[in-house]
Ligand binder design. Structure first.
Ligand SMILES: [Zn+2]
Length: 67
């Protein structure tokens, strides 16, 4: 079911990835604030965030849905 005005709508996958990235950031910040992450833990969160971000960018490139 495609809408002709699909350029206005963002795709479901994009929304999901965006949400995932936001959640990762929020959780990472919470962890840092509450317990303090080790340097290793911090690096792990940074890595996860970069992966999520690159997926989002890939999705944009694939169908230009992020505008
Ligand atoms: Zn998309």
């Amino acid at each position: 079911m495609r809408d002709f005005r699909s350029s206005v709508l963002s795709c479901v996958e994009h929304e999901r990835l965006e949400f995932e990235l936001l959640e990762l950031r929020t959780r990472g910040q919470d962890l840092t604030r509450l317990r303090g992450l080790t340097r290793e833990g911090q690096a792990e969160w940074d890595r996860r965030e970069r992966v999520a971000l690159s997926r989002l960018v890939d999705d944009d490139l694939e169908h230009e849905c992020g505008r």
